[in-house]
Design a protein around this ligand. Structure first.
Ligand SMILES: *Cc1c(COP(=O)(O)O)cnc(C)c1O
Length: 395
């Protein structure tokens, strides 16, 4: 399907797509805080409800502000269709409900967001959908995990918090060979650094809460893909089950998109400098960051991403006590679970984001007690380093 923005570059799309001015001729995108929309006649209402004429009915289904965000993100990811959701988890749930049925099987990376693991293992199994978890980086393991009833391959690349990658193109070839859908959670890179659909993925998931917002304000999510899978199947779940995005949150996110390219470059720059510095610290055992030459998939990161992103993880010698000491000694950096904020955030995955996994699952996923995740923000890099020095010097 050709669009007016087909010839626009990525920065222009992020700033211009989706807004059709109303009769007020506003320059900024308007927020439509309305639950429902009106009709000139009963007949028009009936035609609209029957789907015979297009038009807004009710904000659980469509809302003009939400639609601007959806069209803009779809254009940035290079997808036909986008459905915005109330959270990133709602995006994964709506995708699962829309595209899977009882008896179906998922092959998922074992290195995915902790809550997604719980959704697959605890909740989807109740409805007859099972999941096999495989090591992210080994394509052979993905292939061995596939069964006759496998319908979906699910991955985040880079993964949280160890920044493991998968070759999206290779995985999409595997998905096609076995007639499965490839779903990529593009949270860490965003379309500014990586476009999974162009590499062969079928659907892209977002937690808009993270970099799309970029300033830690709102919860939201999105699914991007083609008109059938996303525009019909996932959208059908959304309008029926109801985890819709509020127009206010959509407006915050679409303003976030306008600066996404610039911010992702700046996050990548700060993170690269911090990762190199951390690698030189004697108290640190290992640094995980796709922009380091020591990263086992450095070459793949160079090929598949246009930047390394802003997430750096590291392990300290001395386990949980040492990890907590580094975090507690920081005076400026925030201890919080969110990522993708202008403010640098520190997380201890083993006791927070991955705390609901069993110790076996954690160790399989490589989440050790000495691991700290830094979502590098946009403060001056020297101030970030100096705040980490307080704790590192005490180890
Ligand atoms: C945060 C996150 C999610 C879930 O998003 P919410 O907006 O918190 O529901 C899913 N995937 C990844 C990679 C995340 O970081």
């Amino acid at each position: 399907m050709s669009q007016e923005y087909d010839n626009w570059g990525p920065a222009t799309r992020a700033i211009r797509v989706g807004h059709e001015r109303t009769h007020e001729r506003e320059h900024g995108e308007p927020i439509f805080p309305t639950s429902s929309f009106t009709f000139d006649s009963a007949a028009e209402a009936a035609a609209c409800f029957a789907g015979e004429v297009p038009g807004n009915i009710y904000s659980r289904f469509t809302n003009p502000t939400v639609r601007i965000f959806e069209q803009r993100l779809a254009a940035m990811e290079g997808g036909e269709s986008c459905v915005a959701t109330a959270s990133g988890m709602a995006a994964i749930l709506a995708t699962s409900l829309g595209l899977l049925k009882s008896g179906d099987h998922i092959v998922s990376s074992r290195s995915i967001f902790g809550t997604t693991t719980v959704l697959f293992e605890k909740y989807l199994t109740r409805f007859g959908i099972t999941t096999t978890f495989v090591p992210q980086t080994d394509i052979m393991c993905w292939e061995r995990g596939i069964r006759p009833n496998t319908r979906m391959l699910f991955v985040e690349t880079p993964s949280n918090p160890l920044t493991e990658l998968v070759d999206i193109e290779m995985l999409s070839n595997l998905a096609k060979a076995y007639d499965c859908l490839l779903v990529v959670d593009n949270c860490f890179c965003t379309p500014a650094l990586q476009q999974p659909l162009a590499l062969g993925a079928d659907l892209v998931i977002h937690s808009a809460t993270k970099y799309l917002d970029g300033q830690g304000r709102c919860i939201g999510g999105a699914v991007v893909g083609d008109a059938k899978l996303v525009g019909e199947e996932v959208y059908g779940v959304l309008r029926t089950a109801g985890p819709s995005l509020s127009p206010f949150n959509a407006w915050v996110f679409l303003k976030g998109l306008e600066t996404l390219n610039l911010r992702m470059q700046a996050h990548s720059r700060n993170a690269t400098e911090l990762a190199k510095w951390l690698e030189s610290q004697p108290a640190i055992k290992q640094v995980y960051f796709p922009g380091l030459e020591s990263h086992p998939q450095y070459a793949l990161a160079k090929k598949q991403q246009s930047g390394p992103g802003g997430i750096v993880s590291f392990t300290v010698k001395g386990g949980q006590e040492a990890a907590w000491k580094v975090m507690d000694s920081a005076k400026m950096l925030s201890i919080t679970a969110n990522l993708g904020d202008t403010k640098t955030t520190l997380t201890h995955p083993a006791t927070t984001t991955h705390g609901r996994l069993s110790p076996e699952q954690r160790s399989e996923a490589g989440i050790s007690d000495g691991l700290v995740r830094i979502a590098v923000g946009l403060e001056d890099i020297e101030d970030i380093k100096s705040d980490l020095t307080h704790g590192l010097a005490r180890l």
